[in-house]
Design a protein around this ligand. Structure first.
Ligand code: 4NP
Length: 156
């Protein structure tokens, strides 16, 4: 099983969307038994909460249901469980690198490393309007497609 963890700050906006989109692509490809996805936040403010209503709405519009997901904080064991630990932005990346054992750092990357655009960060949409969530969806969808291509080529 290839294990992928998506990480943002609160685990209620960006990383739950990335998890939902990626899991949807994996299921469509018939690879659900070989690739698992999860998400977590570097912060603990929203632990136990479902994804932000705006994140749920934008993914539901695209036929992806993330309502059952619940926020959790990144835990030390994640650095041994997951093959890919993918940060939404540079801040999350630095937090993860600081928390991970040295040997695990090679598994930590920016999610947009797998995307086709030049963007490096998925912008935090929490304090903005609905357009920010559209942008998050497009960025994480593009990266999720690239990530699945990468895993099929390298890990399966
Ligand atoms: P996320 O968005 O990191 O994409 O889940 C945020 C959600 C909550 C907060 C910040 C970002 N917050 O400060 O509570």
């Amino acid at each position: 099983m290839v294990q992928v963890l998506f990480v943002c700050l609160g685990n209620i906006c960006r990383s739950p969307m990335a998890e939902g989109v990626f899991r949807h692509l994996v299921a469509d490809a018939g690879l659900a038994a070989q690739i698992a996805a999860d998400s977590a936040g570097t912060g603990a403010w929203h632990v136990g909460q479902p994804p932000d209503e705006r994140a749920q709405a934008i993914t539901a519009q695209r036929g992806i249901d993330i309502a059952m997901q619940r926020a959790r904080q990144v835990a030390p064991m994640d650095f041994s469980t997951f093959d890919y630990v993918l940060a939404m932005d540079g801040d999350n990346l630095r937090t993860l690198m600081g928390a991970a054992p040295t040997a695990a750092r090679t598994r930590i990357r920016l999610i947009l490393d797998y995307g086709d655009t030049n963007a490096t960060d998925v912008p935090d949409p929490y304090y903005g309007g609905p357009a920010g969530f559209d942008q998050v969806f497009d960025l994480v969808h593009d990266a999720a497609v690239g990530l699945l291509r990468h895993i099929r080529k390298n890990d399966l």
